[in-house]
Design a protein around this ligand. Structure first.
Ligand code: ADP
Length: 404
């Protein structure tokens, strides 16, 4: 048996998956490391979601967490031959509109975008670099969160800053593109008519954003230069008046790192509620602060849906995805209720049951719930780009451990 591995490293979590190297890759094993730096936990699942193994190790960094995860996943699989590795890379800069095969020149180019995504990009690139050092002949593929948005118009991409700054790359990029690309492909299967229309996809997880997709192409997104813009998130503030940052520097003596810590890690649902960044905990709480945090979360989504509908010149459907979008029926109900002016009507029973099509009879637009799968999207791209390459001699999955 051989496999391809997919690595998706976030700021405090790492996802790993192995697939059969077929044009339609089949999942072999999935593993997740949560709570790096807080409460570390590693979990390994079978393709049908059965928990195969778990560990709660002591404090580890990203490299240590990756090593533990790979050790557990390869133990579950029996150390299969490894054909290629696909990686989520958050920032591809302005030059990449799709996945690419990694070489040293690309790696050097991607290093330049570390300052644009300091909490993700270094963790995305470290395993690529280590693997290239250990097995330069092992094909590796980078899939970018920015790539799906590369075709947006100049006005959508630009800030009203002096032109030289825009030309130097200070512009909107948009993120969560691997997820949006997957949803756009699923829509072509599940609802071909809607896939040709104007859709707002709501990726609502710890990180949250909306994307306006017209005929399968990204037209606009709520995330901009960085992944802190736009909606209220688990611990990120979302859009802020930039004057707030200057005020915090002047009056509270915050420097760049202090502001980064505040707006990436201490704001959002956590900051507003003072209780938790986790939607489940907020829904379970009776505290007025929890209600207020959810109200702000939903309010920002509604404002941005209006903006994206305006940018597209209309809207034919809304798709909910990611942890909150897929699982929190109450958030879906509140968002759709706030879109009544657009003609949106939710079928409450279908919503409660978590079905895929949630549209009520007579609704002016389709309402859908489609689970995302970033790892499968990366696996497909990895197979497509490496299928015709010469076989990599004798690499087995444990090379991943040695390289960390
Ligand atoms: P990430 O951006 O880290 O991939 P996820 O997509 O896993 O995040 O989403 C995490 C969010 O999803 C958390 O706020 C969590 O509370 C929420 N979530 C997960 N399951 C449920 C559920 N059953 N009900 C409500 N919220 C949920």
């Amino acid at each position: 048996m051989s496999c391809i591995a997919v690595l998706n490293a976030g700021s405090s979590s790492i996802k790993l998956a192995a697939y059969s190297p077929a044009a339609q890759p089949a999942l072999l094993v999935k593993a997740r490391f949560e709570g790096i730096g807080v409460a570390p936990k590693a979990l390994v699942f079978s393709p049908d979601g059965e928990l195969l193994a778990q560990q709660s190790p002591g404090p580890v960094d990203h490299a240590g967490a990756t090593r533990i995860l790979i050790g557990m996943a390869t133990a579950a699989l029996g150390n299969p031959a490894l054909d290629a590795v696909g990686h989520r890379v958050v920032h591809g800069g302005p030059g990449h509109a799709g996945p690419v095969l990694i070489d040293d020149a690309l790696l050097a180019e991607l290093e330049r975008f570390v300052p644009l995504a300091p909490l993700h990009q270094p963790h995305n690139l470290a395993p690529i670099r280590a693997l290239r050092a250990a097995r330069p002949d092992l094909p590796q593929v980078a899939c970018f969160d920015t790539a799906f948005h590369a075709g947006q118009s100049w006005v959508e991409r630009s800030f009203a800053l002096p032109r030289a700054l825009t030309d130097a790359g200070v512009r909107r990029y948009g993120f969560h593109g691997i997820s949006y690309d997957y949803i756009a492909a699923r829509l072509r299967v599940l609802a071909p008519d809607l896939a040709r229309g104007k859709v707002v996809v709501a990726h609502l997880g710890n990180g949250a954003s909306l994307c306006a997709i017209d005929d399968g192409r990204s037209v606009a997104s709520t995330m901009g230069f960085t992944a802190v813009d736009g909606l209220v998130m688990g611990t990120r503030s979302g859009a802020l008046d930039p004057g707030v940052l200057i005020y915090l520097m002047d009056e509270y003596g915050l420097d760049a790192r202090g502001i980064e810590d505040l707006i990436y890690k201490k704001s959002g649902l956590l900051g507003v509620s003072g209780i938790s960044s986790d939607m489940r905990a907020l829904r379970a709480s009776d505290a007025p602060e929890a209600r207020a945090a959810i109200a702000l979360f939903v309010h920002r989504i509604l404002r941005e849906i209006g903006a994206l509908a305006a940018v597209m010149g209309g809207i034919d459907g809304i798709v909910f995805t990611a942890g909150i979008g897929e699982n929190d029926a109450a958030t879906r109900a509140e968002v759709v209720a706030g879109c009544a002016w657009l003609g949106a009507r939710l079928d409450d029973d279908r919503n409660a049951a978590g079905e895929i099509d949630l549209t009520a009879p007579g609704s002016g637009l389709r309402i859908m719930r489609i689970p995302t799968d970033e790892e499968l999207n990366i696996a497909r791209a990895t197979v497509a780009l490496t299928r015709d390459l010469p076989a990599c001699d004798g690499a087995t999955a444990d090379v991943l451990i040695a390289a960390k």
